[in-house]
Design a protein around this ligand. Structure first.
Ligand code: NDP
Length: 323
């Protein structure tokens, strides 16, 4: 089957494409420019010489009819995984325009284009986020039927919300893990890994890990990618809202993992208070229960542990860049 992946030059999207090609799906990606697309295509062609992969340019998902041309050209598309969404927190553009308008209009644009030009599409998977469920009280156990109490101004009623929930949406927590290709590693990593790097890089390595640093819940990028494909392959997941979370963790956990695994970083990253980690996490980290999703997967699902995820990320980073 043919899968259209939007935002295909992105960190998570490349892992999705990697898994799709490994399973012999045909993939059509969209990226913002010929220049960015060609780098990704070249890497995948080397890894999967027989893989069926092509890219189209969609410079701005929020522009009128952004996805019409690519779907007109590819009426054979069966599955759509819509991952393109603004995620650059350093933007200086007006926030509503940059985040909300692009995300909402971009999503409506892909849905409209599917309706008009893609008669063979049977499933749509939309990458949403953990933040759409997040509650203010860390003691509340999150489940996949919750919504963030902070509603967007534009969502006026429950039918708007219902419309958005009527797909398989994947709602990942903070996504960590290596890039598919070592050559993608730069001094500044993709947004979510950079967030971790930021916690580790400090001028004062003797400081205790501030208790409010992070606390968060994470999931590895390879698991995140897998959960974008499972709703295409497991009927029972095809209309679910998938809260995708694995281990809750706090800054101190990152220090412990890195200090345990990378002795060469001694003196360069904080140690904090090694033994305080369990207590801090119990007190500050969000809690969740996704057993109703995992129970739908024959044989269950085993996530990549946070330690492996961070070790893989930093091994790849340190091979190229210094902390
Ligand atoms: P990336 O920034 O690596 O990928 C985002 C992709 O979307 C890029 O290809 C980017 O292109 C493209 N894009 C962004 N804005 C636009 C736009 N206005 N028009 C066209 N293309 C656009 O981020 P991730 O891989 O981390 O994120 C992928 C998806 O996962 C996003 O929807 C994000 O919200 C979601 N997500 C991510 C989490 C994380 O921790 N990483 C957690 C929860 C959800 P370019 O780089 O060229 O601008």
């Amino acid at each position: 089957p043919v899968v259209l992946v939007t935002g295909a030059t992105g960190f998570i999207a490349q892992h999705v494409i990697d898994k799709l090609l490994a399973r012999n799906y045909s993939v059509i990606g969209t990226g913002r420019s010929e220049e960015k697309n060609s780098v990704v295509i070249k890497n995948f062609k080397e890894k999967y010489p027989k893989g069926e992969l092509s890219f189209a340019v969609v410079p701005e998902i929020g522009a009128d009819d952004a996805f019409d041309d690519v779907l007109k050209e590819h009426p054979e598309v069966k599955y759509v995984i819509h991952m393109a969404s603004p995620i650059d927190f350093s933007t200086t553009s007006p926030l509503k325009e940059f985040f909300l308008d692009a995300a909402v209009t971009g999503t409506l644009n892909i849905l409209k284009a599917i309706k008009r030009f893609a008669p063979n599409v049977t499933n749509v998977v939309l990458t949403s986020s953990y933040v759409s469920l997040m509650q203010n009280d860390p003691q509340i156990v999150l489940t996949n039927d919750m919504w963030n109490p902070i509603t967007w101004d534009d969502v006026k009623n429950s039918s708007d919300a219902y419309r958005a929930s009527k797909f398989a949406t994947v709602n990942p927590a903070l996504v960590t893990g290596p890039q598919v290709f070592d050559s993608s590693v730069n001094k500044v990593l993709n947004g979510s890994n950079q967030y971790i790097l930021h916690v580790v890089k400090t001028d004062d390595v003797n400081s205790k890990a501030p208790q409010d640093q992070l606390p968060i819940v994470g999931v590895d990028v390879r698991d995140t990618a897998e959960f974008h494909i499972l709703p295409l392959e497991i009927e029972a997941l095809s209309e679910d809202r998938i809260l995708l979370v694995d281990e809750p963790f706090i800054g101190q956990r990152v220090f412990n993992i890195l200090n345990d695994n990378f002795p060469e970083l001694k003196g360069k990253i904080p140690v904090g208070d090694y033994n305080s980690v369990d207590e801090l996490e119990e007190k500050f980290c969000p809690k969740q229960d996704i057993s109703n999703i995992i129970n739908k997967i024959p044989g269950g699902y085993k996530f990549i542990p946070l330690e492996t995820s961070l070790v893989d990320t930093f091994k790849q980073y340190l091979a190229k860049e210094e902390i």
